[in-house]
Design a protein around this ligand. Structure first.
Ligand SMILES: [Zn+2]
Length: 431
């Protein structure tokens, strides 16, 4: 008998917001969900981050038959669905924060680095949303998938491809059903460390029936023709960013130089460690993240009276006092106590926290640097494809249907190769 099943895609969240995509692909009695993040909207100042609160503010999607019944009060429908799985593309919170809300019996897949880093980032329970019936520091099991190996979910096959974004280990997804092929970019760019990986992924996706693509880069069309002064002078890509750091060190041989980066952008930090002419020294919590998730050792320091990590080698500890008086040997990571730094020093802020003036902490942070006459230098590089790169990605895949998500302006992404679909929240499209 010929199956009458068709492939459908339902869009539960993250369509016209930056982040938080929750999308289900279904075929017959098999279905998969990706990603499991929370939309970031700190301005809402919610009373709590409970399941119902997040749902009612559209920070997560109202996805049936995937969430933990302990949260929803509804059992999973095992008659309708015989096979289920979930996937997260990378470890940014708008793609991963809700993984503990997934029903424990549903397997969750991710690339290896994402699977290794998330439990460490959440070891104090302040990264992910908590799982029902567990301690807050619990992280549900994540299956570390081998890149490109087929994962069978009933009649659906998943392939996880290495990609490039400012989250270490970011991946894209190719979904095959008996009659359709769908690609999902996750968050993507062509100006990172691995454009070659991105191109391989796009080649594998070529001619797919539907390309679900992020569109962060077209979210602010009003800025399109007025690049800020930083865009004229900022690094064009991650490689140039590292070169500028090296250059700043070389130009300032007798000066205290410190820096900070974002914790989940591990690759930038690893490149800084590899390329920096000075010895890179990390604050202990960051050194612990590298040690526990990747088994990497790096010199580190503790602030006075700080909690000690059992896994850090004592011989790699550098006394804080030694760093404070240094002006030539060390390039060290700071994330607090700016008042202790030397006057006239240089600090490099590389997409670190506080991220910008929308964060109330930013003003105080900047003031502390000004008070100490420390030169502040930003070196940023975006994790997202800009408009030109998005067009290049679409041109490489040439999809039958283009489905932009994860952007304030999905209508600004166009498909010269076929139709473009702009789904509404909770809409199902049948391919
Ligand atoms: Zn991201």
């Amino acid at each position: 008998m010929i199956s009458r099943a068709r492939t459908s895609i339902t869009f539960y969240n993250g369509l016209t917001t930056i982040g938080g995509p929750m999308i289900e692909v279904a075929y017959d009695k098999s279905h998969v969900l990706f990603d499991l993040g929370e939309v970031y909207r700190p301005e809402l100042t919610l009373p709590d981050e409970k399941y119902q609160t997040l749902l009612s503010h559209h920070l997560i999607g109202d996805v049936p038959d995937f969430y933990d019944p302990l949260l929803t009060g509804k059992p999973l429908d095992h008659v309708k669905w015989k096979h289920a799985a979930a996937y997260i593309s990378h470890l940014h919170l708008d793609h991963s924060k809700a993984i503990n809300f997934l029903a424990p019996e549903i397997p969750l897949y991710a690339g290896k680095l994402t699977a290794q880093l998330l439990p460490v980032l959440n070891e104090h329970g302040d990264f992910l949303l908590p799982a029902a019936g567990h301690d807050i520091s619990y992280t549900r099991p994540i299956i570390a998938a081998n890149y490109k190996d087929p994962i069978k979910v009933g009649k659906i096959t998943l392939e996880i491809w290495p990609s490039d974004h400012d989250a270490y280990g970011a991946t894209g997804l190719i979904i095959t059903t008996p009659n359709k092929k769908i690609a999902y970019t996750g968050d993507i760019r062509l100006h990172g460390y691995h454009p070659d990986w991105v191109h391989q992924f796009l080649q594998a996706a070529k001619g797919c029936d539907a390309l679900i693509i992020e569109g962060t880069g077209v979210s602010w069309p009003e800025e399109r023709h007025e690049p800020s002064s930083e865009e004229f002078t900022g690094p064009k890509n991650e490689i140039e960013l590292i070169n500028r750091i090296v250059q700043l060190e070389q130009e300032n041989p007798k000066r205290q130089i410190t820096f900070n980066t974002y914790p989940t952008n591990v690759e930038r930090l690893l490149r800084i460690i590899a390329e920096s002419p000075r010895q890179v020294v990390l604050h202990a919590p960051r050194a612990h993240l590298l040690k526990r998730s990747l088994d990497l050792d790096n010199p580190y320091y503790y602030l006075p009276k700080e909690k000690q990590f059992a896994d850090l080698k004592s011989e790699l500890a550098i006394p804080y006092q030694k760093l404070l008086t240094d002006d030539c040997d060390y390039f060290w990571q700071v994330d607090s106590n700016y008042d202790n730094l030397q006057r006239g020093g240089l600090y490099i802020h590389s997409n670190a926290e506080p991220l910008g003036d929308f964060d109330p902490a930013y003003g105080l942070f900047m003031q502390a640097l000004v008070n100490n006459q420390i030169e502040f230098k930003t070196l940023r590089c975006s994790g997202h494809a800009d408009e030109k790169e998005l067009n290049e990605i679409i041109g490489e895949v040439q999809p039958q249907a283009l489905i932009p998500v994860h952007t304030l302006h999905p209508e600004l992404e166009e498909n010269p190769f076929g139709e473009r679909i702009l789904p509404k929240r909770n809409e199902t499209i049948t391919l």
